[in-house]
Design a protein around this ligand. Structure first.
Ligand SMILES: Cc1cc2nc3c(=O)[nH]c(=O)nc-3n(C[C@H](O)[C@H](O)[C@H](O)COP(=O)(O)OP(=O)(O)OC[C@H]3O[C@@H](n4cnc5c(N)ncnc54)[C@H](O)[C@@H]3O)c2cc1C
Ligand SMILES: NC(=O)c1ccc[n+]([C@@H]2O[C@H](COP(=O)([O-])OP(=O)(O)OC[C@H]3O[C@@H](n4cnc5c(N)ncnc54)[C@H](O)[C@@H]3O)[C@@H](O)[C@H]2O)c1
Length: 466
């Protein structure tokens, strides 16, 4: 009989990898079970990295970034050659990242077992491996099995030309038109990517507010930039039947009676936790109707020796937070005095075109909480690096507490937004004020310098309040 492992991790995505390595680093014997042929999960194979690689490749192949510099029209030299080039680049990145994960696990002496895991008793899983079944006992378990695209019965995902966000990565050619259902982060990102490649995109969303968690001014800017990119945005529309016309095109009925017709359709409306088939009943757990597991602030489920982290626990379902949750879970399980909680301020990076990133309070959240605030803005078009880069629509926006002058929110839309936001995040994390930016010397010319000018703008607003 195999000796029990200290930690058994189900899944090798961001949560599984980081949780496993954290425990192994502190001397514990760890095994990771992964059912896919290569480690990395959705982050490496179907979600984060593939979509971000496609975005960069789409911008490069379409000459998109050069549009405002040289007045070139955005078009692909050879649309037929684009898809193989997009796919090849994405596959190369996935291979390298899987290899990095294998290496990271191996150098921490974490065993990686290929197979489908399910609980057969509270302390034992059975793994169906290509070679047969293997039982693994553990003292603690970390469920990090991630999520999959939601697949409602009335959406014919497996029909040709109808895709979900996993299948879209196997697109064989660039379509002329696409209807994207769901303007969540996934829908918006893919809508932008395909529009940049010259595909005619219609984006449908039931809500009337575009990405409602964004600062509304930033959301409006993004919406108008996406429209400028050629995307037709249909807000406040529910969709109904999706079917095929006699001419082979895809039809999507909208609740107002109109019908959208396109060559392809991407269904991008939500994900469900990968808990079906995990044998949760053998450990005394149940998932909710979205397949998600409930955890406490230490990421412990209702069963004390079983933890869960990442997409399988639902919101916010980001690679960034999944890793941190798993580290916290493992530190708690083994009493490691290292990481007790995840940072209180979670940044969002949305890789639309343009990119958007934010952390902390929005104008709307300040109003809701009755917080007295001012904002400062700096436009990329008034920034030397913005002019050089040709991004004339970008903006850095700071939200500052009127009384304490502390920075409480950072919002960036434009080139490098998801990198730049960390400047604001660091200042917020360290309790900095608007004056911090005034004291700092920034490299010139940089987009980072927009923080100083946004701070000046906020100072102007503060002066009016005196
Ligand atoms: C299109 C798209 C774009 C995204 N972009 C971003 C982004 O830009 N930034 C960001 O932070 N997040 C992004 N995300 C979200 C991010 O990919 C997820 O939050 C992240 O992958 C979750 O990590 P995880 O470890 O919880 O699960 P996953 O990465 O899903 O990994 C779970 C692993 O568990 C394995 N598994 C499942 N069941 C079993 C079983 N029974 N036995 C063994 N193994 C099993 C799976 O095969 C998988 O490898 C994106 C997601 C999508 C879909
Ligand atoms: N850059 C990033 O950080 C990034 C990128 C992609 C995905 N993700 C994560 O992946 C997760 C899933 O993203 P998602 O975009 O699939 O889900 P989502 O739930 O965020 O968005 C789905 C959208 O579809 C709409 N919708 C649902 N049913 C509808 C109907 N019948 N008619 C009209 N509209 C309808 C919803 O109102 C919603 O806006 C998110 O939690 C997100 O955090 C993150």
């Amino acid at each position: 009989m195999e000796a029990p492992h200290d930690l058994v991790v189900l899944g090798s995505g961001p949560a599984g990898e980081k949780g496993a390595v954290q425990a192994a680093y502190f001397g514990h014997r760890v095994v990771v079970v992964e059912k896919a042929p290569e480690p990395g999960g959705a982050a490496v194979h179907t979600g984060t990295l593939p979509s971000k690689t496609l975005r960069e490749t789409a911008l490069y192949l379409s000459g998109f970034r050069a549009r405002d510099l040289y007045g070139v029209s955005v078009r692909l030299d050879d649309p037929h050659a684009a898809v193989p080039r997009l796919i090849a680049r994405k596959d190369a990145i996935a291979r390298q990242e899987s290899e990095r994960i294998r290496h990271n696990l191996a150098r921490h002496d974490v065993e990686l077992v290929r197979g489908d895991a399910r609980f057969v008793s509270p302390h034992t899983i059975e793994v169906r491996t290509p070679e047969g079944a293997r039982r693994i006992d553990g003292r603690y378990f970390l469920i990090a099995t991630g999520s999959s695209p939601r697949n409602p019965p009335d959406v014919p995902i497996h029909e040709p030309d109808v895709y979900d966000s996993d299948e879209i990565l196997a697109l064989s050619h660039l379509p002329k038109s696409m209807v994207v259902l769901g303007a969540g982060v996934i829908g918006c990102e893919y809508a932008c990517m395909f529009a940049a490649l010259g595909v005619q995109v219609v984006l449908v969303e039931a809500r009337t507010q575009f990405l409602p968690f964004l600062d509304h001014e930033v959301g409006r800017r993004l919406e108008s930039a996406m429209q400028h990119l050629g995307i037709e945005i249909r807000k406040g529309h529910r969709w109904g039947r999706i079917h095929r016309a006699a001419n082979g095109r895809i039809l999507c009925d909208l609740a107002d009676g109109s019908v959208l017709e396109s060559e392809t359709l991407l269904f991008a409306a939500g994900r469900v936790g990968n808990t079906a088939g995990l044998g949760l009943e053998h450990v005394g757990l149940t998932a909710d109707d979205r397949g998600a597991l409930k955890v406490d602030r230490h990421y412990r489920t209702a069963v004390p020796h079983v933890y869960a982290a990442g997409d399988v626990i639902g919101f916010p379902a980001l690679a960034s937070t999944s890793m941190e949750q798993a580290r916290v879970a493992v530190c708690h399980a083994f009493g490691i005095d290292y990481k007790q909680s995840i940072g209180p301020m979670l940044p969002y990076g949305i890789y639309t075109i343009p990119e958007v990133s934010c952390v902390g309070e929005t104008e709307e959240s300040c109003k809701e909480q009755g917080v007295d605030y001012v904002v400062g803005r700096a436009l990329y078009r008034e920034n030397a690096r913005g002019l050089i880069t040709g991004d004339l629509e970008g903006m850095t926006k700071l939200v500052v507490h009127t009384k304490t002058r502390r920075l409480i929110g950072t919002h960036v839309i434009g080139e490098r937004a998801s990198e730049l936001v960390h400047i604001g995040q660091a200042v917020m994390h360290l309790g900095g004020t608007v004056d911090t930016f005034i004291e700092m010397v920034f490299n010139y010319p940089t987009l980072s310098e927009s923080f100083k000018y946004a701070a000046y703008s906020a100072l102007g607003e503060l002066a009016k309040r005196r």
